[in-house]
Design a protein around this ligand. Structure first.
Ligand SMILES: Cc1cc2nc3c(=O)[nH]c(=O)nc-3n(C[C@H](O)[C@H](O)[C@H](O)COP(=O)(O)OP(=O)(O)OC[C@H]3O[C@@H](n4cnc5c(N)ncnc54)[C@H](O)[C@@H]3O)c2cc1C
Length: 543
């Protein structure tokens, strides 16, 4: 299939897969006026209550996608009820517990609060937003069959909805957001590195008002992780789908388990630590494993979301990581298609996002499984109560610090002016200081509005008591490179001094590209690196 035989329409980007990540990417592109087509097999979102835990950072994406209010309205748990997590020992009703995944501890570093709702509700909101973007064409009920590329474009063969038949779509770029079994990844010849934990997992969805009554003892909690000595660090996990009746549960089950040969009632009762009435609504399975694509780009084809990385749903990293992929790739594709993105910009997507996932898997998810196992092997309240309780308290403190340590950053990116020798990682720290390669913290401006309300779809220069000449030199550089730039001038007071810099160059994804107190010698070189253009000078920080 040549990229240009039999094609009828030409788009700029074909997004294959319209789960949350494909929809988010289509919005990021469509809002920038990029002509794209989204191909999605399902006519309606899949009614499985996964991907519920949305971080503050994810909610910032929804803010910029003009879909935050709609998403909050779609929440299935009333706003006055908490969406916190709890870890317990032995059974959900057991004697030992601590608060877990307290995202409110890092709330101040983000513009928006976190949220919780089933993924199908999130997808419905995203579908509604996509429908309002004239440059995005959606082909729901269509299945991608082949993906090809040549030097000048991509071609995607699809089976349209009933009666439409086979078509070939063509565009400058294709992005596979088609989930962990991604056809796009395979068609592009992108290999994966797997680390198989060799666990069959069950996902149950059930209704029970009695469980709601029993869990009233844990007010404000919506998800619950049960550590059990027999499970070698893997979890039994309960989550609310709404308040009062619907729940999901996942846990490891023996190899070969099917919906018909296993006693799920006994598993649920044992996990809770008491019998309770429920009605089963769904029994599904998946293999617990980690997978990461060996590259996120092959020529004109990219992968994002679960197509690029998949892992057990421990800690709610999946959809959040995928939506950050969409935001990162979205502005870079749009900049390239608009002509101001330099030749190295698209490669920085892989350079930034792949190490962040590798670190998420290694430093958070696998580490949690390993440390839970080590704890459960070493301590048992029946053997030595005092030692168990001392270490249980230590874990409670660690659970608090882990929320703060999850701070994906691109310090080592070729597209930011980070410190020498730095790398890109999910491990970091939250700070108000503007640090190159890190997410910008929100601050209130003298106008009373938040910085995040003033950032646009392009670059922004924050200038706090900075000399006019410094600002004008950045603005001149942006004009020379045709980079969209808004300037926000204000005083270095009222909390803004916590940025620790008078001049901050912010990327379209709200990450800091460069920060300093004085104008750099060559602002144009600062901007060139941020947009992936070769600079005239060396790689030293021009500041
Ligand atoms: C039980 C469970 C709980 C989870 N909980 C959380 C959580 O709390 N927080 C979190 O962040 N993540 C969670 N996750 C992970 C999260 O659900 C995934 O990371 C997320 O679905 C990834 O989104 P995606 O768009 O990349 O892929 P998907 O959601 O898999 O979407 C891919 C889309 O592509 C379509 N598609 C596939 N092939 C084709 C084709 N050839 N042609 C056309 N369309 C195609 C599919 O129909 C699908 O709609 C959980 C997962 C599970 C299983």
């Amino acid at each position: 299939m040549s990229a240009f035989v039999g094609d009828t329409r030409l788009s700029q980007v074909i997004v294959i897969g319209g789960g949350p990540v494909g929809l988010g990417l289509a919005i990021a592109l469509g809002q920038r006026g990029i002509d794209c087509v989204l191909v999605e097999r399902r006519t309606e979102p899949q009614p499985v209550p996964k991907g519920q835990n949305l971080t503050q950072r994810t909610m910032e994406h929804f803010h910029f996608w003009h879909a935050e209010d709609a998403l909050r309205r779609a929440r299935t748990i009333p706003p006055e009820y908490g969406i916190g997590g709890l870890t317990t020992y032995g059974t959900l009703l057991g004697d030992y517990r601590y608060d877990w995944l307290q995202r409110e501890l890092v709330r101040d570093y983000y513009f928006t609060a976190n949220e919780r709702l089933p993924q199908y509700e999130t997808e419905a909101v995203l579908r509604a937003r996509v429908a309002k973007l004239p440059s995005v064409r959606t082909l729901y009920g269509s299945v991608a069959r082949k993906v090809r590329q040549d030097a000048s474009g991509v071609a995607v063969e699809i089976d349209g909805p009933d009666g439409v038949g086979r078509q070939i779509l063509r565009a400058a770029y294709a992005v596979g957001c088609d989930g962990s079994h991604s056809l796009t990844r395979q068609e592009a010849g992108i290999t994966q590195t797997l680390s198989d934990h060799d666990r069959r997992m069950v996902l149950l969805v059930f209704r029970s008002t009695e469980l709601h009554e029993l869990l009233k003892r844990y007010p404000g909690k919506s998800f619950y992780c049960v550590l059990h000595p027999d499970l070698k660090g893997y979890w039994r996990f309960f989550g609310r789908v709404d308040l009062g009746s619907t729940w999901f549960f996942h846990a490891p089950v023996p190899p070969g388990t099917t919906a018909d040969n296993f006693d799920f009632h006994a598993l649920l009762h044992a996990s809770l630590g008491a019998p309770f009435d429920f009605t089963m609504e769904h029994v599904g399975f998946w293999d617990l494993r980690f997978a990461i694509a060996d590259t996120y780009r092959q020529g004109r084809i990219f992968v994002a979301g679960d197509a690029a990385h998949s892992h057990p749903p421990y800690g709610g990293y999946g959809v959040n990581t995928g939506l950050e992929d969409a935001t990162n790739l979205g502005w870079k594709l749009a900049a390239t298609l608009a002509g101001w993105g330099g030749p190295a910009l698209l490669d920085s997507y892989d350079a930034e996002r792949r190490p962040v996932f590798a670190s998420t898997a290694r430093d958070f998810i696998e580490k949690a499984i390993r440390s839970d196992k080590e704890f459960l092997d070493a301590f048992d309240p029946a053997r030595d109560r005092a030692a168990f309780e001392a270490n249980w308290s230590r874990r409670a403190a660690l659970a608090r610090s882990e929320v703060g340590e999850f701070e994906p950053n691109y310090e080592g990116s070729p597209a930011v002016w980070g410190p020498p020798g730095a790398s890109c990682s999910a491990l970091g720290s939250h700070a108000f200081a503007a640090r190159a390669g890190h997410h910008l913290a929100p601050r209130i401006l003298s106008s009373g509005r938040n910085v995040f309300e003033e950032l646009g779809d392009g670059f922004a220069l924050l200038a706090f008591d900075a000399p006019d000449s410094a600002v004008e030199s950045f603005e001149g550089a942006a004009r020379a490179l045709s980079v969209p730039l808004v300037t926000l001038r204000d005083s270095l007071a009222g909390g803004r001094e916590r940025y620790g810099a008078r001049l901050i160059l912010v990327r379209p994804d709200q990450f800091v590209a460069w920060a300093g107190d004085a104008a750099p010698a060559a602002p144009i070189d600062v901007l060139r690196r941020a947009i992936g253009q070769p600079s005239g000078g060396g790689s030293a920080n021009p500041a």
